[in-house]
Design a protein around this ligand. Structure first.
Ligand SMILES: Cc1ncc(COP(=O)(O)O)c(C=O)c1O
Length: 373
């Protein structure tokens, strides 16, 4: 008897005896960010567009065969990361990027009957991890008409079943921020919920609730090393919070979740604050230039505190992204996000990349015949 070969659609009777995923997996949409063909100016994914610190590059050359063959040890680097942020080692856990942080938080805290509250438009990986653990329990609070965070609407959406609340500040894709006082008000209003503040873009803004995360009993903060620090490909992020909550997260995490190369270079990345400050400054100046450039071109946009700007192109959004790609510049079309029809996001890079991006934008808008309104 020959084994089944699974190429063509299977007859229904065979499909029913094959393993099925959980209903929540069947129901969820697949997330396929456009990662192919990115050998161009990457103004599409909000990564650092230049380089990590030179000391990180030097450290990479010292990785030995013994280091590669050994399982990674996260603990000692957690001590360094905690100390750098003014926290105790048991208040920090390193993760495989913030993507894994979101996943661990959902695995540790969400039961199937729980609700989780997020703000929309927002980062799609929240939806994925929440839907996996609490199918049907995802509650979204819409932004107001300016895409800004709406605190009264958000507070009104908290119920006794709300177990997890996620707020990004600055938010992706809008670049809008939520004041510290509002975040603390949310944590106080929902003592039965874990309140996760996603500070992936913190460095480009500056305001933080990280010092609060050690002592507000239900507040945790996530930070990534993918953005300002330029380590997106090494996949490393952190969760900071009260040791009680961090202890639960440690229980559900693999001890080897962060690879040894990331662990080896992270202390170097943290130590070189001068480089970080330089990169952040490039972005802050570049962001002002992009917003001024959009003003000059008459393109509406949302004032941003992150390393990207969301612009409202309208019906020609796809044509613009294609015209930019022909000029070697990648942008991200966010039109499928709720309330974002016609919106395109542009990452802010270093000075010459901003110059190239703005020049390509002016040419592309002309080419596609874009006019304001
Ligand atoms: C708001 C937000 N949080 C988290 C992440 C994920 O970061 P990481 O690369 O650490 O997984 C992103 C990435 O784009 C993001 O925009």
């Amino acid at each position: 008897m020959s084994l089944l070969t699974v190429r063509d659609p299977l007859p229904v009777q065979i499909e029913t005896i094959l393993p099925q995923p959980r209903a929540a997996v069947l129901a969820m949409p697949a997330y396929h960010p456009p990662l192919a063909g990115r050998d161009a100016l990457r103004l599409d994914f909000n990564e650092n567009t230049f380089s990590p610190s030179p000391t990180v590059l030097e450290k990479l050359h010292t990785i030995t065969p013994a280091a590669l063959t050994t399982y990674p040890e996260r603990g000692p680097v957690e001590v360094i990361v905690a100390r750098h942020h003014g926290l105790e080692a048991d208040q920090v856990i390193l993760t495989n990027g913030v993507d894994e942080a979101i996943h661990l938080i959902c695995v540790a805290f969400l039961d199937a009957s729980d609700e989780a509250l997020i703000f929309t438009p927002g980062f799609f990986m929240y939806d994925v991890s929440i839907e996996m653990m609490a199918p049907g329990g995802l509650r979204k609070v819409q932004a107001n008409s300016t895409l800004a965070f709406d605190l009264p609407r958000f507070l009104a959406a908290i119920t006794p079943r709300t177990k997890l609340i996620i707020v990004a500040s600055p938010n992706n894709p809008t670049g809008a921020t939520v004041p510290r006082a509002d975040l603390l008000a949310i944590a106080a209003a929902a003592p039965h919920s874990v309140v996760m503040v996603d500070e992936a873009y913190f460095h480009f803004h500056g305001e933080t609730v990280l010092p609060d995360a050690g002592h507000v009993p239900n507040l945790i903060v996530t930070r990534t090393f993918s953005k300002a620090y330029g380590l997106a490909n090494l996949r490393v992020g952190m969760i900071a919070g009260p040791s009680r909550l961090i202890g639960f997260l440690r229980k559900v995490s693999s001890p080897y979740n962060v690879n040894g190369i990331a662990l080896a270079v992270l202390p170097n990345a943290l130590a070189d604050q001068q480089y970080l400050a330089w990169y952040v400054d490039e972005v802050r100046v570049g962001r002002q230039r992009i917003m001024a450039g959009l003003d000059a071109l008459g393109v509406p946009y949302f004032p941003s505190e992150a390393n990207f700007v969301l612009m409202n192109i309208g019906p020609l959004h796809q044509e613009l992204v294609a015209a930019m790609r022909r000029r070697g510049v990648l942008l991200r079309d966010r039109s499928t996000d709720p309330e974002c029809d016609g919106f395109v996001r542009m990452t802010v890079g270093v000075a010459e990349q901003v110059t190239q991006g703005l020049a390509a934008l002016a040419e592309s808008l002309g080419e596609i015949g874009w006019t304001h309104g």
